[in-house]
Design a protein around this ligand. Structure first.
Ligand code: DI6
Ligand code: FE
Length: 410
């Protein structure tokens, strides 16, 4: 009897539970959900709903519910922007040339170093809100535009404050190994030591780090250099993620597999040997179609091979000022279909179940009893529509931990 004392009931809904291994979308039509203490207490066909009491019962007129969306790879805290650089690229300069000439990431580092914590919050809030307005309730945010102690910590604090201020889960990732700052020119190994000896320990000490990432690329760091950072992460029991093989095959997939990374992201140029290793490591492949589009890449990530090898596939915006000025998770879904040929179901799984996995979160990403009641309510006839329209927002409501997000309530 006691266990059917619910806080809220949602009825007259269709639910894409996104449970793995079930039918398409794990869907249950004509369903109902009971919520208690922020979690899903019961979910199933409305006809099977057991006797219960509820403080509130809401009938949703046949709306579709999905797990609230998860953006598992962003760099959305930064100062300045790179619209002028984008213009230069459209006129023919390449991303790598600009990076080698000291522009690119370094220009955002200069801007971010000159931005206060409160200003970073003000600048980043609209980007976060753009995501939540599309049903995102969990966002990963990386550091990596500071590359010094003060600015890296400031970015991570700003990311944490954003989550608190806007009531969403923010997972912070330390990306000190993003680029070589000017003060360490010609001394990349000294910079890696500085990250391992000074910056990461301080960030961990202040409880600002949920995971550690690195940019393994010929314009950034070698696999051996990132491996040192990952060893340091392991000494703090922190999971790792990796920007792997985006512009060239730098052995990123192999490195991610070796450290049993939560995710290996991009993977356009990953070798087949690397992909086979990923398959055995439980690592999620995170695909970032915004960067692919904006850099006008031509080699898509190896989607067919990832499927054959049963590597889980997530999708994210990669929101950043250089390669992916994208603050729309729905755009990432639609582009993953058009550019990478992911199916609409893979796209939705990529921003729910698999994105949760890419962050090491097992309490969300599907709608099942015991999971968090992070639920998006959509005015669509079928969940495939979520990977179809570009620029139409069908979100009618968002529940975070069982409570309405007031800015998008139904
Ligand atoms: N993520 C990154 O960190 C880099 N590329 C990517 O997809 C570069 C970000 C930047 O240019 O600021
Ligand atoms: Fe990135």
């Amino acid at each position: 009897m006691r266990e059917n004392d619910w806080d809220r009931v949602l009825t007259d809904v269709n639910v894409a539970t996104m449970e793995a291994g079930g039918g398409a979308y794990g869907s249950i039509e004509n369903a109902a959900i009971g919520i208690r203490n922020g979690n899903i207490a019961w979910l199933g066909p409305a006809a099977d709903m057991p006797p219960h009491s509820a403080v509130e019962t809401r009938s949703l007129g046949g709306r579709w519910l999905t797990p609230a969306l998860i953006d598992c790879h962003t760099h959305l805290v930064f100062g300045g922007n790179r619209a002028a650089e984008f213009e230069t690229r459209l006129k023919g300069a390449t991303y790598e040339q600009i990076a080698r000439d000291g522009g690119g990431i370094m220009s955002t580092v200069t801007a971010t170093r000159g931005t206060s914590e409160e200003e970073l919050l003000q600048l980043s809030a609209p980007r976060l809100r753009a995501l939540t307005r599309e049903g995102v309730a969990t966002v990963e945010i990386k550091s990596g535009y500071g590359l010094d102690l003060d600015t890296e910590l400031r970015m991570l604090r700003a990311a944490r404050s954003l989550g608190e201020r806007y009531g969403v889960t923010v997972r912070t990732t330390f990306l000190g190994a993003h680029a070589l700052p000017m003060e360490f020119r010609g001394r990349p190994d000294d910079y890696i030591d500085y990250l391992c000896d000074v910056v990461l320990p301080a960030a961990v000490e202040q409880n600002l780090v949920d995971a550690v990432d690195g940019y393994c690329e010929r314009i950034a760091f070698t696999a051996a250099q990132i491996a040192k950072v990952f060893e340091c992460a392991a000494s703090f029991n922190l999971p790792v993620k990796l920007h792997a093989d985006q512009l060239s095959d730098g052995g990123g997939a192999e490195l991610a597999a070796r450290f049993r990374a939560l995710s290996a992201d991009h993977l356009e140029y990953a070798s087949d040997a690397g992909l086979r290793l990923l398959a055995g490591s439980g690592t999620v492949a995170v695909l970032l179609p915004g960067a692919f589009l904006v850099l006008r890449e031509t080699l898509p990530p190896p989607v067919r091979r990832l499927r054959e090898l049963n590597v889980p596939i997530a999708i994210a915006t990669d929101c950043n000022p250089g390669t992916s000025p994208v603050c729309s998770i729905r755009a990432a879904m639609v582009l993953s279909g058009s550019l990478f040929r992911l199916t609409p179901e893979e796209c939705l799984a990529g921003v729910t179940r698999e994105a949760a996995r890419a962050l090491g979160l097992d309490d969300r990403g599907t709608l099942l009893p015991g999971k968090r009641a992070d639920i998006a309510i959509w005015n669509v006839g079928h969940p495939r529509e979520l990977s179809y329209w570009l620029g139409l927002n069908e979100l009618e409501g968002l529940l975070i931990n069982g409570a309405d997000d007031p800015s998008c309530s139904a």
